[in-house]
Design a protein around this ligand. Structure first.
Ligand SMILES: [Zn+2]
Length: 136
């Protein structure tokens, strides 16, 4: 893809389990991007004496509904506790030809199947996109 990791501006960690945080410390130390995670999951990492792997240094704490503009696109981050105290879900505009769709990334699968709330309605791609990628 011819991408230079020195150009990474931020790393969004969807939650603070070691298997999802794995390389963040390396990226942080090597390329100096901002590392984003909810405050609750920063706390979880810092207080976990049994954390496996290197811990990134606390940087940006995401708040519910926070917008992040990357180039000409703005993504929205939601704090969706469940899998961890402060897991994140994201709405990401993606382009298909000239049409913009909203891709959702549910950090906690139960959020997407629970009773509608303002957050889950925002994460429900049916209102904003004809495409509904399967949550992973
Ligand atoms: Zn996990």
């Amino acid at each position: 893809m011819n991408l230079d990791p020195a150009n990474i501006k931020c790393v969004i960690l969807t939650h603070g389990h070691a298997d999802h945080v794995g390389g963040a410390k390396y990226l942080q130390d090597t390329f100096k991007p901002h590392v984003m995670l909810s405050a609750a999951d920063w706390d979880m990492i810092e207080n976990n004496q049994n954390f496996r792997g290197p811990k990134p240094v606390r940087d940006m704490a995401v708040v519910d509904g926070q917008k992040l503009t990357l180039g000409d696109e703005t993504i929205t981050l939601f704090v969706t506790p469940g899998h961890t105290p402060g897991g994140l879900s994201l709405l990401i505009p993606v382009k298909d030809g000239g049409t913009t769709h909203i891709w959702r990334r549910c950090g906690e699968a139960r959020v997407c199947s629970s009773a509608p709330t303002s957050t889950t309605r925002a994460l429900d791609g049916s209102a904003t996109s004809p495409r509904k990628p399967v949550p992973t």
